[in-house]
Design a protein around this ligand. Structure first.
Ligand code: MG
Length: 203
């Protein structure tokens, strides 16, 4: 199982980090050891003083595919979840400044909490899905999938030109604005359409 992620997929998030708007999707991966399953706590790592939350919709690939046409991409996922792309922003800033890969800042243990998956058919329109994150009961992030620069199907079409997608692979689809640091003791709660799907503490 691989965890693919897209960066810089919401215009307002690109602006808050003063990043350039990309001409093509920005892709990175996390190892499967990054996965934090429902019910597990996130342990703040000792190599960073600036861990940021990035709430994202996560797709689960349901069959193998290569060079998938965007018109047929929706047949390659039928479940989605909400997850957090935890990012060691201090490490990432150093790596970015040197033009180095982001792996250490993005792929560390526990950096990918993901809720239980639910059938996409449960939602009226996944191209217009509101999701977000509360920290200690206060809303920190709220986005809508209609605001993505590359929608789910365009992401799958792009990714599958480079990587054969396999059943069980996950795809983090980008974060809206509002990313910020978490602290030990914080309680995070991620929602889709107002309903909490993922809840855990930072320890
Ligand atoms: Mg992200």
């Amino acid at each position: 199982m691989r965890i693919f992620c897209i960066g810089r997929n919401y215009a307002e998030h690109i602006e808050e980090l003063n990043n350039e708007r990309p001409g093509e999707p920005v892709i990175f991966t996390k190892p499967d050891t990054a996965l934090l399953r429902p019910g597990e706590a996130f342990y703040y790592p000792d190599f960073s003083q600036d861990i940021h939350h990035e709430v994202e919709i996560v797709l689960k690939i349901n069959k193998m595919g290569k060079n998938i046409d965007a018109r047929f991409a929706s047949k390659y996922y039928d479940e989605l979840a909400v997850g957090i792309d935890f990012t060691a922003r201090d490490l990432q800033s150093k790596l970015k400044a040197k033009g180095l890969p982001w792996d250490l800042a993005k792929g560390f243990d526990g950096s990918a909490p993901v809720s239980a998956f639910v059938p996409k058919s449960q939602f009226a329109d996944i191209k217009n899905l509101t999701f977000g994150l509360n920290v200690n009961g206060e809303e920190r992030q709220r986005g809508n999938t209609s605001m993505m620069l590359w929608d789910f199907d365009a992401q799958i079409a792009f990714l599958s030109r480079f990587f054969t997608l396999r059943q069980g692979d996950l795809l983090f689809t980008g974060t809206p604005a509002g990313v910020a640091a978490v602290q030990v003791g914080d309680r995070l709660s991620a929602f889709i359409e107002g309903e909490t799907h993922l809840e855990f503490s930072v320890k």
